[in-house]
Design a protein around this ligand. Structure first.
Ligand code: 2NL
Length: 355
């Protein structure tokens, strides 16, 4: 009986497996030795040339080699799989200590932000937002607001005329005049009108030929001065702080009678006197009054049945006060060094950390 062939197969396998360093090569080696046409199978086929007495011993030896080879391949497989996994983990390692990628966040424009805050407040009181035209007719901008052509108050407003009858609106009041007219004499009207307005002014730190205005108008039966006062007091507290008080001073506007100028107690010095309130303890923030009967009548409302209050404010000035901005031109010149000072906060608000 020739068992040298068996030893040879075992020896050649042991030599070969020590060189195997990947799973593919291991699979090939397995086929080479244990496959149908493999070397171990080849040894088995030799059995037919042996005598009955020789076969059991020979068979046992071949089986021993087969077991040896099978176990060696299995062990090697486990080692190689482990190594492959470790390599993969090493490749996919995430370094959590690396700094994250930063991307630049925009900042809300302080003027837009102020307008939105004011709109939110009045929406909360049930007002609707009305918008209109920036190019208007003389009629809706002046005439319908109790400013006939001869009226001296027209001189108060230097106007950009496009033609004799068309102009760039000098206030948002024409939106209100049009809204009232569209209601055909039936109340209620409860609107605010935000938007751009134009005046023929020379630009400087406190004047811009284009700026913004928010006007408000309430028309219904039994609207009184006390309704105006209560509304504006709530407004002052909402925009400038819960401790604010308001003060009304008599004034004059052609479209309201009586007319008032509205001051808030100074939010910086709380009334003691400082640079913001120029030592007075009070800051003027808006003009208001009871809608003039002529204005109601021209818009189709019966002044004996209906009354109303109206107010007008400049968001530019309010934003300048709130955020300590000293030049109105900053709102319109789009210098990123300015706008980037107003960082977005988590609640979507704007802050200027330098204040
Ligand atoms: C100010 C003053 C004001 C109005 C605007 C108004 C509009 C209609 C009827 C009556 Cl349709 N009044 N608007 C009333 C009082 C004052 O603005 O100083 N604005 C910056």
């Amino acid at each position: 009986m020739d068992t040298a062939g068996i030893l040879e197969v075992r020896q050649s396998f042991d030599d070969a497996i020590s060189d195997v360093d990947n799973l593919n090569a291991l699979q090939q080696l397995k086929v080479e030795y244990l496959g149908k046409k493999g070397k171990v199978t080849g040894l088995m086929k030799e059995m037919k040339n042996l005598s009955n007495e020789e076969r059991p011993e020979y068979g046992a030896k071949v089986n021993e080699v087969r077991t040896h080879i099978t176990e060696a391949i299995e062990r090697r497989g486990e080692v190689l799989e482990e190594a492959a996994l470790e390599e993969k983990l090493r490749e996919e390692t995430i370094d959590v200590t690396l700094p994250g990628r930063t991307f630049s966040l925009g900042s809300p424009h302080p003027l837009s932000r102020t307008i939105e805050d004011i709109e939110d407040f009045f929406l909360g009181l049930g007002y609707e937002i009305a918008e209109g035209y920036e190019v208007e007719t003389d009629y809706y901008n002046f005439e319908a607001l109790n400013l006939p052509k001869s009226h001296p108050a027209r001189d108060m407003q230097d106007t950009f005329y496009i033609s004799e009858e068309t102009l760039l609106r000098t206030h948002t009041s024409p939106v209100q005049a049009r809204t009232m007219e569209a209601q055909e004499g039936r109340g209620p009207v409860k609107i605010i009108c935000p938007g751009k307005v134009y005046r023929r002014d020379s630009d400087d730190a406190t004047h811009s030929h284009q700026f913004t205005q928010i006007e408000g108008l309430v028309v219904d039966r039994n609207i009184r001065m006390s309704d105006l006062k209560g509304t504006l007091e709530l407004f002052a507290k909402e925009i400038f702080g819960a401790e604010r008080e308001i003060r009304l001073r008599p004034s004059y506007f052609p479209f309201t009678e009586p007319s008032v100028e509205v001051d808030i107690s100074c939010f910086k010095c709380k009334g003691a006197g400082c640079n913001v309130c120029k030592g007075t303890g009070w800051i003027e923030i808006l003009g208001a009054g009871m809608v003039h009967p002529n204005v109601l009548e021209m818009a189709g409302f019966d002044p004996d049945e209906y009354s109303g209050f109206a107010f007008g404010m400049g968001p530019d000035r309010i934003a300048m006060l709130k955020y300590g901005i000293e030049d109105i031109r900053h709102f319109y010149t789009n210098d990123l060094r300015f706008i980037n000072q107003f960082k977005a906060t988590e609640d979507g608000g704007a802050t200027n950390e330098s204040i």
